[in-house]
Design a protein around this ligand. Sequence first.
Ligand SMILES: Cc1cc2nc3c(=O)[nH]c(=O)nc-3n(C[C@H](O)[C@H](O)[C@H](O)COP(=O)(O)OP(=O)(O)OC[C@H]3O[C@@H](n4cnc5c(N)ncnc54)[C@H](O)[C@@H]3O)c2cc1C
Length: 480
Amino acid sequence: MEMNHSRKTIKENKETSKGTAVVIGGGLVGALCVCILASRGYTVTMYEKRSDLRKSAFTRGRSINLALSHRGRKALKLIGLETKVLEGAIPMKGRLLHCKRGNTAAVLYDPVNKQNIYSVGRNYLNQVLLDAAEKYEGTTLLFSHKLQSVNLMENTITLWNEKTNENITVTADLIIGADGAFSCMRNYMQKQLLFSYSQKYIEHGYLELSIPRERGDKMEKNHLHIWPRGTFMMIALPNQDGSWTVTLFMPFEKFHSLTTQAELLTFFSDIFPDSLDLIGKKELVETYFSNEPSPLLSVKCSQFHMGDKFLIIGDAAHAMVPFYGQGMNAGFEDCAYLNKILDQTKDNIKDAIEIFTKTRKDDVHVICDLALYNYTEMCDLVTTRTFKIRKCIDNILLKLMPDTWMPLYHSVSFSHMRYRDCIENRHWQDWILKNVKFACFILLFMILIAIIWEYLSDAIFEQNISYESTVIKQCSLRNQ
Ligand SMILES: Cc1cc2nc3c(=O)[nH]c(=O)nc-3n(C[C@H](O)[C@H](O)[C@H](O)COP(=O)(O)OP(=O)(O)OC[C@H]3O[C@@H](n4cnc5c(N)ncnc54)[C@H](O)[C@@H]3O)c2cc1C
């Protein structure tokens, strides 16, 4: 197993192990994947380029909290962590929309079955997963190890140990890249024939602000707050300590146009007036000018596996913009799905990873597209009458036909329906509503015609009668 450079071996428990696995990346998806493979009986080694977040001081990074929904929960449940994670999470029952004048309106996610999504701290979740991964027999978590290169011909990977400044080259029966949106493993796979790949940056970036604990109780709890402003928006998710993480999504152009304190404060008091005192003027200025807005990208690949042991999952395989709150959930679902296929193939890794590509690709492409679409919904559509009417119709039909009529948001966030089926489901619902609308229009038209006909025939009848009576009168006069 050991190849060259320093002597690093992946220990394998020969009696019980189903085989060896390497997971690159100890982020949310990588850590969960380690747990799932270890729970199946694999001997797993995880390599993470950063130091152990459980031992390091807090570093500012990507989104402090995330929305966890059914797909993610199901995967956590597989390894018995759902309850523990939810204990440290805050339920969010709906969106609370803030309009410019400061009034708010709540829109529940699921008024029929009262289901919630959950705001969970990224670091907390990652810690829970790493702690759990470490407890499995046969797992080794190695931090400060950065994947440097992948030799797809020889089935090996080379990592750089930052602490010893050494390179190690290793192999395993299954090598998984969970190394995020800028995946090194994917970079190597991309260079192979027939591997298609697309990466799209949107013109909007995001910046994280915060509402401190002291002022957090002024925000209505148990909601995901949104300040929709047409082409951009701001959102806030609750944290366990009573504070809120506020994320401003806006075109980079707009971010860069606010260059002075005065411009920034005027912009906030014009556009998000009710948030200004909550965030605090001083804190806003400080955070805004000491941080650059981060980019948002969407990544699609034509395949996720290579050869008979390499597989990419999570953001490495399908990074998406965060507007459906599904990036992590989809990554967690990848792990649960891999587990299912390994069951089906009786741990035949070659078959399992091939099936993974074949059957998962359409689903994750759909959710990448839906995530892009949802930005328009959150920024703009949520405030429109058509959106409110559609939501109302969807809720009525969901209540009347819970097994037949599942609205799109519902199927994505509160079900395990394949993402591909969620969108197909929406298409036939749109088709039905369009045709019902058309049928109603035709019916109204016919009713209108009937009324006009009735009116006209009455008028003609009366005219006939008066004509007839005139004729009769004239006849009787002539007879006299
Ligand atoms: C603003 C924002 C808000 C979001 N909100 C939500 C939400 O509400 N709900 C949701 O489901 N998703 C959300 N997401 C998406 C979610 O953050 C990602 O989908 C999720 O973090 C993906 O996890 P991952 O483990 O695949 O990748 P990452 O979290 O990026 O982890 C990758 C890990 O690999 C390590 N790594 C990278 N390169 C190497 C290397 N060469 N060698 C070794 N290790 C390496 C990194 O250090 C990192 O620890 C959001 C994203 C953003 C940007």
